[in-house]
Design a protein around this ligand. Structure first.
Ligand code: FAD
Ligand code: DHB
Length: 396
């Protein structure tokens, strides 16, 4: 089989790229190692930047997002047992974010791809990419028990952090930058109304906590826990009591989360990682295949979307004109924005969490920084601009 663009991975990056290419009249094949149900149920991110929402709308994937997504104009920061709201539109040129779960983005894109797009093969496990430095790279994969080869004009690795596409960049040309954090998140889903209308990010002397949501009746909550934590150590009551303790406010001592049955519990480790460059020959990397951020700034899914928006433009330009200039600058164009998001995610993570060996001096610095956001327009605007998403590079 041959296709113009072979896409490895059917997560948000691979599915959005396939849809953007389809709307530009470019054929592609998506190879995804897991089954459809697994990919659609995988509980992950929840916050979409304006540019991600705009891209989903523009490619015809906006109907349910517009009906069910919850537009948020700000977040609350809690620290030192007090609350401060960061108002996005007034600080970041009218920008807002939308709460719409990654599971739903993926379901919408899969439905469109199966109805209108090129092949999307589930349970198609890619083993290797060959010929990256030729004009006919090939993808080797197993599907329905058979070894298969897909030849392509371009291969795009959207196969996440544990994927194989990164290996197509020769080791001596690849540089990896990484930081592993000394804490994880215990994430839960609960059949309980959200704590508030907007998300709450809490710094406390017991560690970080985050109150998010999936719908008016489903809450998504996170607690900082030590690395290696087994979710079974955390009973439902222990989780709710700890969340209430971390969100506590002096001005409102009776404030409590609304409790309800906990339907899922999982522990997520936290890491920052960038692989440079994001391309070699005719193989390009996008999303988690090239970079990971800790989740505190809600950037992972949005960065993946930004990469493929830039890449779809470059491939469309090449397809229409034969010019490869935008494909050649793809890695540099994306990395500039990637490093900004890496810095923001690192800033949010290290400002809000308590490291196991943290000194009282470092805790005072964190509170001073949060107080600065609460009292300086410039500091608050810096947070709001990064959180709502920096502008995408403009197209050709
Ligand atoms: P992925 O979503 O990882 O998709 C990659 C796809 O490639 C997968 O479907 C995988 O099955 C497939 N694949 C892998 N190897 C192969 C192969 N060899 N052959 C074929 N297919 C393959 N971000 C936030 O902003 N907030 C969060 O709360 C948050 N929580 C997260 C929790 C977890 C456990 C993880 C792992 C990530 C989380 N993220 C979060 C990050 C966010 O979900 C990712 O940044 C986003 O999914 C990136 O999309 P992607 O398409 O690049 O990669
Ligand atoms: C969610 C996850 C995040 O990492 C974040 O910063 C905000 C919200 C969420 O899953 O809803």
């Amino acid at each position: 089989m041959h296709t113009t663009v072979g896409i490895i991975g059917g997560g948000p990056a691979g599915l959005l790229l396939a849809r953007l290419l389809h709307t530009a009249g470019i054929d592609s094949v998506v190879l995804e190692s897991r089954d459809r149900r697994y990919v659609e149920q995988r509980q992950r991110a929840g916050i979409l930047e304006q540019a991600t929402v705009d891209a989903l709308r523009a490619c015809g994937a906006g109907a349910r997002l517009d009906a069910e997504g919850m537009v948020h104009d700000g977040i609350e920061l809690r620290f030192d047992r007090r609350a401060h709201r960061v108002d996005f539109p007034s600080l970041a040129d009218g920008r807002r974010v939308t709460v719409y779960a990654q599971t739903e983005v993926v379901k919408d894109l899969i439905a469109l791809q199966l109805a209108e797009g090129g092949p999307l093969l589930f349970e198609a496990e890619v083993h290797a990419v060959e010929g990256a430095d030729t004009d006919r790279p090939s993808i080797h994969y197993t599907h329905e028990g058979e070894e298969q080869t897909l030849t392509c004009d371009y291969v795009v690795g959207c196969d996440g952090f544990h994927g194989v596409a990164r290996n197509a960049v020769p080791e001596h040309l690849r540089t990896t930058y990484e930081r592993v954090y000394p804490y994880s998140w215990l994430g839960i889903l609960a059949d309980a109304p959200p704590a508030a209308d907007e998300l709450i990010y809490a710094h406390s002397d017991r560690g970080f906590a985050l109150a998010s949501m999936r719908s008016p009746s489903v809450s998504r909550l996170y607690l900082q826990v030590p690395n290696g934590t087994d979710p079974a150590e955390w009973s439902d009551d222990r989780i709710w009591d700890e969340l209430d303790a971390r969100f506590a406010l002096d001005a409102d001592p009776g404030w409590r989360l609304k409790r309800g049955p906990i339907t899922s519990k999982s522990v997520l480790p936290m890491r920052s990682h960038v692989t440079e460059p994001m391309a070699y020959g005719q193989v390009l990397l996008a999303g988690d295949a090239a970079h990971i951020v800790p989740p505190t700034g809600a950037k992972g899914l949005n960065l993946a979307a930004a990469d493929v928006i830039v890449l779809a433009r470059a491939l469309t330009h090449w397809h229409a004109t034969g010019a490869t200039d935008l494909l050649e600058s793809y890695s540099d164009t994306c990395l500039r924005r990637v490093w900004r998001a890496e810095h923001f995610s690192y800033f949010m993570t290290t400002t809000l969490h308590t490291a196991p060996d943290q000194s009282p001096f470092e805790t005072r610095l964190q509170i001073s920084q949060l107080d600065r956001v609460a009292t300086s327009h410039h500091a608050a605007a810096e947070l709001a601009e990064n959180y709502t998403g920096l502008p995408l590079p403009t197209g050709p």
